[in-house]
Design a protein around this ligand. Structure first.
Ligand SMILES: [Zn+2]
Length: 704
């Protein structure tokens, strides 16, 4: 399937319990947008859909806390999120929401079809119930210790630390998130998707079929889940917010948010088709369609295992061709966090840097967490803008436009004979569309954008070497040829930069009066389809060495594409983050006193000792766990520690560590652990043994 007839591109549905920040943009929406814009420019039939994910427990928790209805919560954030996407030029053909009628209908029918076909198993099980709150505790209403990595703040449905998805009853030491009570078990009936029955098929489809073309981080995660063994997953919940389960005997139950949310891609496509008078079905059912899910790494299990199993069970749908998930973006060395307000919020960014969306898009792509977690820093943002966008791209365009206006009143001059340098430069230019396209086709957007900048460098160097501003005094004819060549590079740049820097492209095209300006309509999410019926698109014209601006064509006046970002602007952002840190420190004090104050007696109960690791080995079939033997000075005991991904066993034997020796023993994967090693994180977020004086451990780093 090298040249599919059409593309269905989805971007993760943002969860509507908060606005969106740069991490979302970098991980999902900018790469998806680059891909969609690029395919449209190639004349491909594309539908690019998304929408707000408005069901699930966290929204009801937030509503309860704020004393409003869940609908109020989702209405508020749906509006903010949708606006942010429009502001940043994310060119969705349709942005829907899962509270929309069309989605409720689509998801209900999907469930009903699977139900009628006997694809679910029905089970009456014991579920957690909070006697105080008088309600069942689904998903995030329960917190406890992750059975896989031992993290003790894991949610009922997924551990945020190791990413494992599980059932609430798998948690060790579960607690109600509403009242803090220890939940009781109560009988309730639910429907399950028997994922175990899809294991063989998933192995064949992903592990054998997509070993080469899926990103290693995605493939690795999926493999590890399948290797661990899949179990049936409930697709319904005892909750009053969501899509009612459309069968008899299901009162008070709704579809599990992770069953309904991905169907949102289908409903969003339907909504788009209704608006534009098209047929949605080929986009989801024709084998000649390439279905792509752009997501962050926390969503891999749902898009690579659960949703495909649902589609497979339904039987009439195509499966994703690729799921190019990204890792996470950090901010100034710390994890982005909504609750700690450690973020650059998109709506706030635009207040501080008006009309500079492309600078952020550029920086986020240049630092995209494509293969590993990456860091956004304001200094880097400034440097990327000043040293690359202003000094290279902007400088080149400004020279071309200013000189053309100065020498020829803005009219493209007729060239004379090309010199060797001219020929070489134009030949080099011809190669770029294919080079950039090849990177985009492989989801390597950083690399693609770096190549784009090489086009600007090519132009900049050409002018610097040829020096038309000097030659104008001695060889006017030669200058005509130079400016003609430079104008061709400038217009090529206007086309090639469109997927990455849509606002810049639009501005540049209008400055040069060149090409079709498609950006505006796309940015307004009008649902207009571009590129169809065009014989040769702009990228093809560049590759073919066609004349992009002909002699006699009139260009407009120079406008600044990018402007320098001053130190004070950056300092202001850094100060803002420092203020957030200070506020968090103040808030944490409150939070701690709210929690439960540890008395001196209680603290004295902790028996903390210095010990030495005398033996370390990996626990079989557990990626994260090491089994350690630790000499505590009193005895040598076994401690199971979730640090296998950070340390090799052979590297830590002989290390001195801090041990909590009187922690109640607990069994992890059948091995009894008799204590806990105290750990922390260094400046890079890497797990280290507790030793605050080394490794650049920052104030406020949690000891676990
Ligand atoms: Zn975990």
């Amino acid at each position: 399937m090298n040249s599919p007839k059409r593309y269905t591109i989805t971007a993760a549905l943002p969860y509507t319990n908060g606005p969106i920040h740069i991490g979302h943009l970098a991980g999902v929406y900018v790469p998806a947008d680059i891909f969609a814009r690029y395919q449209r420019m190639q004349g491909k039939d594309v539908v690019f859909v998304c929408g707000s994910d408005e069901h699930g427990v966290p929204i009801t928790i937030k509503a309860k806390k704020e004393g409003v209805s869940p609908q109020d919560v989702v209405d508020k954030y749906h509006k903010i999120i949708k606006q942010s996407f429009e502001d940043f030029g994310i060119s969705f053909d349709n942005y829907s929401r899962t509270s929309a009628k069309i989605h409720h209908k689509t998801a209900s029918e999907f469930f009903k079809k699977l139900y009628d076909a006997g694809k679910f198993t029905e089970e009456t099980t014991q579920q957690f119930y909070d006697e105080k709150a008088e309600q069942f505790l689904a998903d995030r209403f329960v917190v406890g210790t992750c059975p896989k990595c031992g993290f003790d703040g894991s949610y009922g449905d997924q551990c945020e630390k190791c990413g494992t998805s599980h059932n609430a009853t798998d948690l060790i030491n579960p607690k109600s998130a509403i009242t803090g009570a220890i939940p009781t078990l109560k009988e309730t009936k639910h429907w399950f998707l028997p994922l175990d029955q899809y294991e063989g098929w998933l192995k064949e489809w992903i592990l054998e079929g997509h070993k080469k073309d899926w990103k290693p981080n995605v493939y690795g995660q999926v493999k590890s889940w399948i290797d661990d063994g899949l179990r049936p997953r409930a697709v319904t919940r005892d909750l009053d917010w969501g899509i009612p389960v459309p069968v008899d005997g299901a009162e008070g139950k709704v579809l599990y948010v992770w069953f309904d949310a991905p169907i949102g891609y289908i409903s969003s496509t339907k909504e788009w088709a209704e608006k534009t008078g098209r047929d949605w079905e080929p986009y989801w059912k024709d084998e000649d369609t390439k279905l792509l899910h752009f997501i962050g790494k926390d969503n891999i299990v749902f898009h690579c295992i659960i949703f495909p199993a649902m589609l497979k069970a339904e039987g009439g749908f195509i499966l994703p061709d690729n799921v190019p998930a990204n890792e996470f973006l950090n901010l100034e060395g710390n994890k982005l966090s909504t609750s700690k307000n450690w973020a650059v919020w998109l709506h706030e960014y635009l207040e501080e840097f008006p009309k500079q969306q492309d600078v952020l898009r550029y920086t986020l792509t240049a630092n995209a967490p494509e293969t590993k977690d990456n860091d956004f820093t304001w200094k880097d943002f400034q440097a990327r803008n000043n040293n690359e966008l202003v000094a290279i791209f902007g400088n080149f365009i400004n020279r071309v436009v200013v000189l053309t206006n100065k020498y020829y009143d803005g009219i493209v001059p007729k060239p004379g004979n090309f010199s060797e340098v001219d020929e070489q430069t134009l030949t080099e230019l011809k190669a770029y569309p294919a080079v950039i396209a090849s990177s985009i086709d492989r989801y390597r957007f950083r690399e693609a954008q770096a190549e784009l900048m090489n086009v600007a460098r090519l132009g900049n160097k050409y002018l610097a070497d040829e020096e038309p501003w000097k030659l104008i005094k001695t060889d006017e004819d030669r200058v005509k040829t130079i400016m003609y060549v430079a104008l061709q590079i400038a217009s090529a740049l206007a086309s090639l930069c469109e997927p990455f820097l849509p606002f810049t492209s639009q501005k540049l095209k209008s400055m040069l009066d060149y090409g079709r300006s498609t950006s505006e309509a796309v940015i307004n999410m009008s649902g207009v389809v571009f590129g169809e019926g065009v014989e040769e698109n702009e990228w093809e014209q560049i590759s073919a060495g066609k004349e992009l601006l002909e002699p006699g064509h009139a260009i407009g006046e120079a406008e600044l594409l990018f402007s320098k970002i001053e130190d004070e602007q950056i300092q202001k952002q850094l100060d803002k983050l420092e203020a957030t840190k200070a506020a968090n420190i103040a808030d944490n004090k409150k939070a701690e006193s709210q929690k439960e104050i540890a008395t001196f007696e209680e603290f004295s109960k902790m028996d903390l000792r210095v010990g030495t690791i005398v033996k370390a080995e990996k626990m079989a079939k557990a990626n994260k766990l090491l089994v350690l033997k630790v000499d505590t000075g009193l005895d040598v005991r076994t401690i199971v520690s979730g640090i296998a991904e950070s340390f090799k066993p052979e590297d830590i034997v002989g290390k001195k560590v801090t041990v909590l020796v009187n922690l109640a023993p607990r069994k992890l994967r059948g091995v009894e652990s008799e204590g806990m090693i105290l750990m922390t994180e260094n400046a890079e977020g890497k797990l280290v043994f507790l030793n605050p004086d080394e490794d650049g451990v920052k104030n406020g780093t949690v000891i676990t």
